[in-house]
Design a protein around this ligand. Structure first.
Ligand SMILES: [Cu+2]
Length: 127
């Protein structure tokens, strides 16, 4: 009988530890998701259509200084993310499904476009 009771105590302790380990990641992930919210832009399907107002969706993004902004090409052809001010950033051709990231270390207004389809424009507001 004593053996069974001591085994039950050990099992209970193990289960309490396991529950604690499983619960922790759930608590940690919540702030990470809210931090990254609003820092990604989609290159929309049909982005090469000059009448598409949402080629870069959203066309304007506002982020705090030091943010990483990512562009994911959800279209079926290549596009670039190229700064209007020459040399600031340039993804080169982004293939369908690929992502480009850029860190914005200083405050300001950073316009960009697609070098292949110059009518595709967007802006990153930093600060
Ligand atoms: Cu393009």
């Amino acid at each position: 009988m004593e053996v069974i009771i001591s085994r039950l105590i050990i099992i209970t302790i193990i289960m309490m530890l396991a529950t604690g380990l499983l619960a922790n990641p759930i608590i940690i992930t919540t702030p990470v998701f809210s931090q990254e919210e609003g820092s990604s832009v989609s290159i929309a399907p049909g982005a090469a259509d000059p009448n598409n107002d949402l080629s870069f969706d959203p066309p304007q993004i506002n982020v705090p200084t030091g943010s990483i902004v990512s562009w994911t090409n959800a279209d079926s052809i290549q596009h670039t993310v190229t700064s209007d001010e020459q040399g600031l950033f340039d993804a080169g051709p982004i293939s369908p499904g690929d992502t480009f990231e850029n860190v914005f270390d200083s405050a300001g207004e950073f316009g960009y476009h697609c070098a292949i389809h110059p009518f595709m424009t967007g802006v990153v507001m930093v600060g």
